[in-house]
Write a protein that binds this ligand. Structure first.
Ligand code: G3P
Length: 228
């Protein structure tokens, strides 16, 4: 399962890239708005930091298919071919996905709340289909269940499209989809920080260090102990 950061804050992106095996960054207009910065500057900085080959997802803004295509062409020109253009899964969006497929521009069908949207995105040639788990839960449905259904539909129809699950509220939801073999998850920093968040783990590591320091002296590491 690919693991992406769902945020545009450079401090958070740098911090999480440093710690974890991250495959890329996803953004949307609301995420860009949170930075309070010029969108072009932010996206250019993210691309510069993650490198030319890493996945970057940037959303088209136009509401009609022709406008979405123009947005997509401009996005790929500005941020490179490893950029996936997020296209909302509305009727005009499917038209845009079909057109962009013929132009070799990769798309992510976004704002997915139902399996039918994901099916149509896949059939229209999207590389990814992005269901919003937390937002589906908030509507009174089961976001994880819907996402698993989408995964099954993509597999049963042998689409090349992968699930890119989004809008998580906790790390167990991410793990549940990891077990189910979805293609990717894009996770906000606050949820990623809870991936490994257990007092027992910290306590175990503290005991190891204390036991070693009792043997070798306070603050001694293996590097210091073994240096020539
Ligand atoms: O990538 C889509 C995602 O950003 C939506 O997440 O947390 O705003 O529901 P959220």
């Amino acid at each position: 399962m690919r693991l992406l950061i769902d945020d545009a804050d450079m401090g958070e992106i740098r911090r999480l890239y440093d710690l974890y095996p991250i495959d890329g960054v996803t953004t949307n207009p609301s995420i860009l708005a949170k930075t309070g910065r010029e969108p072009y500057d932010v996206l250019k900085e993210i691309r510069g930091f993650i490198g030319r080959e890493a996945d970057l997802h940037v959303q088209a803004i136009a509401m009609d298919a022709e406008g979405m295509v123009r947005d997509a062409q401009a996005i790929v020109k500005a941020f490179g071919e490893a950029t996936f253009v997020k296209i909302p899964c509305i009727p005009e969006g499917f038209k845009a996905m079909k057109l962009l497929k013929t132009q070799g521009i990769r798309t992510t069908g976004t704002a997915i709340y139902t399996p039918m949207q994901a099916y149509l995105a896949a059939k229209s040639g999207a590389s990814y289909a992005a269901p919003y788990i937390n937002r589906i839960d908030d509507m009174g449905y089961d976001g994880i269940h819907v996402t698993k259904e989408i995964q099954d539909i993509l597999a049963a129809n042998r689409f090349g499209t992968m699930v890119l699950a989004a809008s998580f509220k906790n790390s167990q939801q991410v793990l549940e989809l990891c077990k189910y073999g979805v293609g990717g998850a894009t996770v906000a920093p606050a949820v990623m920080d809870k991936f490994v968040n257990h007092a027992a783990v910290t306590a175990a590591v503290d005991v190891f260090v204390k036991d070693f320091e009792n043997l070798a002296g306070e603050g001694t590491t293996m590097a210091e102990l073994l240096k020539g």
